[in-house]
Structures are given as structure tokens and as C-alpha cells.
Write a protein that binds this ligand. Structure first.
Ligand code: PGA
Length: 266
């Protein structure tokens, strides 16, 4: 089964509205001819509508960086999937390590204490389910900390995350979902995961999907790698059989680097 590669840019907390629009405008002509790779950009919430307008009619789709499991109401600071759809989104990232409060680049103990945003696998699962219901497709992120990898616990951690994150989806939803394997120690550090090891973990994720949702879903589901992907290392990562795309942070903030990564997925 051939899976269409999917490259998504996670712009995190970067760029003003004007800068976001400028980046989208710069990227658009660079990737205009690309039909065999799916492309998305995920700007900050405040830039979504403006970027959505800038990329309208192009082959670049819009995504949110997080969402909530209610449609509206007294939930200060939250953005519902319906609001993301209204802003033009097709995609939403859920369970990113930076919303889970699992950091590789700052003091892990401090992150644990702060338990940023109260995110856990159960809330990641609720967000994904509710995103589906609202018509969005979730990019569900998972990944182990450096301390977990060093303790030989990578497979156990990923398996535990997936068992809860991917639970209870309908067949149609599971077919559509995208999973991003992002080892936390590789995010924003310049320390990319060895491509064979990234492929091995993505293969493990595919085997878990097979057990939970069946062989047809495992064949169809797209699994991205994320963590220090750049224009130099993307081609080798994307050549691996179980890696169907990339979730790109830092390198997505430069149009030419992001366009090169998209080119290496073709
Ligand atoms: P990075 O971030 O490419 O800057 O490492 C990836 C991510 O956090 O999605």
C-alpha cells in the first residue's frame, strides 16, 4: 500500500501575524507544483485566519497546534475544534510533548512539577476524538524522554502512550489519523534520531495500530517522524519504509528549508 507523504510545519510560538502571512506567501510558489506530498502549516492561533486566507486555493492546508474537547463555553484560554474549522483548519496537532509538559531541552524535573497544561494520554485521546467529530484530523504526537530511552524504556513508553491515545476511534477515524513519533530529546536540539532507529519505532507504532485497529488501518495510517528534521537530514529519514512524513519545527520557519524537506518526500 502506498501512503502519500505528509509534511507538516509546526510554527510553535513564533512569528507575528504579518510575519506568518509573509512566510506562507513565500512558501506558496515554492511548493505550488507539488501534488504527491500533502502539506500543512500550523501557525499560532492568532495567525490562523490570516494564514488561512493567504493559502486559500493553494496546496497548503492549515492546522492548529492544540485544541480542546468542548465546543464552546466557560473554558478560558481554550480553542475548540469547531473554532479551528471555522478558521480554515483541516488538521490539529494533539499531544505534542510541549503541551504534555514532557521536555527534553529544559529541566525535566521542573516540567514535571509544573505539569504544563495538565495534558495526559487521556486528554490527548479526548482531544483527538472530539477533533474527529468536529471534522478535523488529528496529528497525534508521542515520544520518549532521554531518561526513558537511556533506561531502555522507549518501546514501553510508546506502547503505553499509543494504547490510550488511539483508543476508541471508529475504523474510518483510525484510517484518517496521523501519528507523529517525536522523541522528546530530538526536539529542537539538533540531535536527530538515527533514521534506522526512527524507522524501527515507527514500525512498532504501526504494529500497535494493527493490534488495535486492524491490518488495513495499519497499512493506511501515516506515521511522521519529528525532532530536528532539516533540509539536510530529511531525505534519509523519509526514505525509510515506516516513515511517511515529518512534523517539522525550527526548519519550517524558513520557506526554502521547508520546501526542500517537502521536495525530499517526493
Ligand atoms: P524541531 O521541532 O523540528 O524544531 O525539532 C519538531 C516538533 O516539535 O514538532
Amino acid at each position: 500500500m502506498s501512503r502519500k507523504p505528509f509534511i507538516a510545519g509546526n510554527w510553535k510560538m513564533n512569528k507575528t501575524i504579518a510575519e506568518s502571512v509573509a512566510l506562507a506567501d513565500e512558501l506558496k510558489p515554492m511548493v505550488a507544483g507539488v501534488r504527491d506530498v500533502e502539506i500543512a502549516v500550523c501557525p499560532t492561533f492568532v495567525s490562523l485566519a490570516a494564514v488561512g486566507e493567504a493559502i486559500e486555493g493553494s496546496n497548503i492546508a492549515l492546522g492548529g497546534q492544540n485544541t480542546f474537547w468542548k465546543e464552546s463555553g466557560a473554558w478560558t484560554c481554550q480553542i475548540s475544534p469547531q473554532m479551528l474549522v471555522d478558521a480554515g483548519c483541516k488538521w490539529v496537532i494533539v499531544g505534542h510533548s510541549e503541551t504534555r509538559g514532557r521536555f527534553g531541552t529544559v529541566d525535566d524535573e521542573l516540567a514535571k512539577l509544573l505539569s504544563y497544561f495538565g495534558e495526559c494520554d487521556a486528554t490527548v485521546n479526548m482531544k483527538a476524538k472530539y477533533a474527529f467529530e468536529a471534522g478535523l484530523t488529528p496529528i497525534i504526537a508521542c515520544g520518549e524522554l532521554l531518561s526513558e530511552r537511556e533506561a531502555g524504556r522507549t518501546d514501553e513508553v510508546i506502547s503505553a502512550q499509543m494504547a490510550i491515545d488511539l483508543d476508541g476511534f471508529t475504523k474510518e477515524q483510525a484510517m484518517r489519523m496521523v501519528i507523529a513519533y517525536e522523541p522528546v530529546w530530538a526536539i529542537g536540539t539538533g540531535q536527530v534520531c538515527d533514521p534506522d532507529e526512527a524507522d524501527r519505532v515507527c514500525g512498532l507504532i504501526r504494529a500497535i495500530v494493527k493490534k488495535m485497529h486492524g491490518a488495513d488501518v495499519a497499512d493506511a495510517v501515516r506515521i511522521q517522524y519529528g525532532g530536528s528534521v532539516n533540509d539536510k537530514n530529511a531525505a534519509e529519514l523519509l526514505s525509510k519504509p515506516n516513515i511517511d512524513g515529518a512534523l517539522v519545527g525550527g526548519a519550517a520557519l524558513k520557506a526554502d528549508a521547508f520546501a526542500t524537506i517537502i521536495g525530499s518526500a517526493r
